[in-house]
Design a protein around this ligand. Structure first.
Ligand SMILES: Cc1ncc(COP(=O)(O)O)c(C=O)c1O
Length: 443
């Protein structure tokens, strides 16, 4: 029998005799290295503690005296949990809704095999905001993408009548859809695939933003292709925005060959790119989308698939499911995540503040054309790419930014993504850009 003892909250949270408030950054690192799987390489010498305001975190850094275990500093959140916190850290309305429902409404936890009243609210809100016929709740972003993948296959067999087990789903090079085996089967990133094979068959990749390659593949194998499954703007690949006419051309081709357009809006959705969903920027209408991240308002993992009736209706009881997908708390959070997206006009904010941030990026690029090669983005999903030179290192920039009180992270060697909360104020954007300017100047 274990005599494990757990007491307290926050800094007083104590596991046996180890109290969180006493740990230095290096002690946290030691515990993580000894007790945790090393699937991330977090920035060194910094531990996030709590929230100051919707765009500012308080973090702990090493102290230079022997008395304190750490010093606390402010950190502008330039990444907001890879776009999961579009509504801002601890969005008051969402937090109030959670507390109210848990404490006053006595929110139950029940699975989907019994109906609960909050599911109706979630389905009404999610179909309304997406304009889709039907919605299926899931938990993580990867799961929502994976469900779109499964639904496209089902539609391929049952509606398009593709011969059994011959269905193809097309993806794009540089894609990122999460870490499940289906997602890494579609990935062309060697780091995510090494020794995880054998991979899922029935997947073909085409170069992103290359309409001729897609056309050629559709001409050759269109009869067996159920869907083109793709991000409207590639986030993890370094904020790659396709040409203006790419999506309309893709949509035309998909219609011509009776192929579904399945879009992964996990990172680009919920106002991030200056529209509620990024496909709206390109005037196209996907047949099915996957959403996650900010669908949970930065509070809870909430994801969902939204699509046309004829696709979602291929689901049958027992063919899909998830214990926590759409359970009462997730439904309440999902509804309030949508409510804040609408009420706070987050897409419009992203457009306005994104323009300001881009202007700053372009000023910095114009001042240092030998360092910055390109600036990219839509709304507040932005990135700058440096020239491919050894000293222009994205990780080094992230570390220097951290020293200046800004959290942003490289996506590849020379690209740094900046994606703050959509509630960010103009002065905070100016502040972030000023620090970035200093870091780039010093490179
Ligand atoms: C486009 C896209 N799809 C799927 C995912 C996976 O989401 P999660 O990490 O919640 O599983 C991500 C995460 O970054 C993403 O950017």
């Amino acid at each position: 029998m274990s005599d494990l003892k757990i007491t307290g909250y926050g800094d007083d949270l104590t596991i046996d005799d180890i109290r969180l408030g006493d740990l230095s950054p290096s002690e946290h690192e030691k515990i993580e290295k000894e007790k945790g799987g090393q699937n991330y390489k977090p920035l060194e010498d910094v531990v996030v503690s709590h929230v100051k305001d919707s765009s500012t975190l308080i973090c702990r850094k090493p102290s230079d005296n022997d008395v304190e275990a750490y010093v606390e500093e402010e950190l502008i959140d330039g990444l907001c949990c890879y776009s999961a916190v579009n509504q801002g850290q601890l969005n008051k309305e969402i937090v109030d809704a959670v507390i109210h429902h848990l404490q006053k409404e006595k929110l139950p936890t029940v699975p989907r095999s019994i109906r609960h009243k909050y599911m109706s609210a979630f389905l009404l809100a999610a179909t309304s905001i997406t304009g889709m016929d039907k919605v299926v709740p899931k938990v993580s972003g990867a799961e929502s993408w994976e469900l779109t993948f499964k639904l496209c296959r089902r539609w391929g067999y049952q509606v398009k009548q593709i011969p059994k087990d011959e269905c193809i789903i097309v993806g794009a090079t540089g894609n990122f859809h999460g870490r499940t085996l289906a997602a890494v089967s579609m990935s062309d990133d060697p780091d995510s695939r090494g020794d995880f094979g054998p991979f899922l068959p029935g997947i073909e990749l085409v170069p992103y933003n290359d309409i001729d390659a897609l056309k050629k593949l559709f001409e050759e194998k269109g009869d067996k292709i159920a869907a083109y499954s793709v991000e409207p703007i590639q986030g993890e690949a370094g904020v790659i925005v396709p040409d203006d006419d790419y999506w309309p051309e893709v949509q035309k081709l998909c219609k011509q060959y009776n192929i579904l357009l399945a879009m992964d809006e996990v990172q680009t959705g919920f106002g991030r790119t200056g529209a509620n969903f990024a496909y709206q920027l390109f005037n196209v209408q996907p047949d099915i989308i996957g959403c996650g991240k900010a669908a949970g308002g930065g509070i809870l993992p909430v994801s969902f698939v939204a699509g046309k009736k004829e696709i979602i209706d291929t689901l049958t009881p027992g063919s899909e499911g998830s214990t926590f997908g759409g359970y009462p708390l997730a439904s309440v959070v999902g509804v309030y995540a949508i409510k804040t997206l609408v009420d706070l006009k987050l897409a419009e904010n992203a457009r306005v503040r994104g323009k300001l941030l881009m202007n700053h990026f372009n000023d910095i690029k114009n001042q240092f054309p030998d360092k910055i090669k390109e600036t990219r983005g839509k709304g507040l999903l932005t990135a700058f790419e440096m020239h491919d030179e050894k000293h222009l290192d994205g990780h080094k920039v992230s570390v220097q930014l951290l020293n200046q009180g800004v959290y942003a992270k490289e996506t590849h060697h020379s690209t740094v993504r900046v994606a703050p909360a959509l509630t960010i104020e103009s002065w905070q954007v100016d502040n972030l850009a000023e620090k970035l300017h200093g870091v780039i100047k010093a490179l």
